[in-house]
Design a protein around this ligand. Structure first.
Ligand code: ZN
Length: 198
């Protein structure tokens, strides 16, 4: 990498730190940027800065939003007594794309993983339990079918069951280890409709 000048190397290094970007892609992106007109570079950098500065957590479901309440939590037409628990905002977006789910969500921002040292206190679990003090009828656990997702689902059901609120788990038509966001809408809907009580 010493063939390039320092600014180019720095740019390549920054890209290489992003998820899913290997050394080759990082170089390709860096040279692509260098060939862009200055206005376009400005648009890109300001979009990044703007998103980072203005996006925050919804105070109810903890999804990423630019409002105090996200559009889903703020919508009176949604069924606020049904809460679907997902691992991240991308999973929420996957279910929203089906346009069939009428309840609201809770975004954990992760899953319990003893191996990675991620415990219940490291994800938004306490916040979910606080919400359950309200008029909630059902909690649908839609964490991934990975080991971490299943561990989280078990933990949650044990925590929620004593409250008398119905707890269900989406059907396992979802491939094991599969990230929800990569699964097509039909499979997602089938998983939701075929959910089983825990
Ligand atoms: Zn929300």
């Amino acid at each position: 990498m010493d063939y390039y000048s320092t600014p180019i190397n720095r740019l390549i290094e920054e890209f290489a730190r992003l998820p899913g970007i290997g050394a080759k892609s990082a170089q390709r992106l860096a040279f692509h940027i260098l060939n862009l007109p200055p206005e376009q570079v400005e648009q890109l950098t300001s979009a990044i800065k703007n998103a980072r500065e203005n996006v925050r957590y919804c105070k109810q479901c903890y999804t990423l939003t630019d409002q105090e309440l996200c559009p889903i939590c703020a919508n009176p037409d949604r069924d606020h007594s049904t809460i679907m628990v997902v691992e991240n905002t991308r999973d929420l977006a996957a279910y929203e794309k089906t346009a069939k789910y009428e309840g609201v969500y809770h975004v954990l921002h992760g899953a319990i993983s003893p191996m990675l040292g991620i415990g219940p206190d490291d994800i938004r679990l306490k916040e979910l339990m606080t919400r359950l003090a309200g008029p909630v009828k059902e909690v649908i656990i839609a964490t991934n079918s990975s080991l971490e997702g299943e561990t989280t689902a078990m933990y949650l059901s044990r925590l929620i069951k004593p409250t008398g609120i119905r707890v269900s788990r989406i059907a396992s038509g979802v491939p094991v280890g599969g990230d929800l966001e990569y699964i097509d809408e039909v499979t997602l809907l089938r998983a939701l409709e075929g959910r089983v009580d825990l």
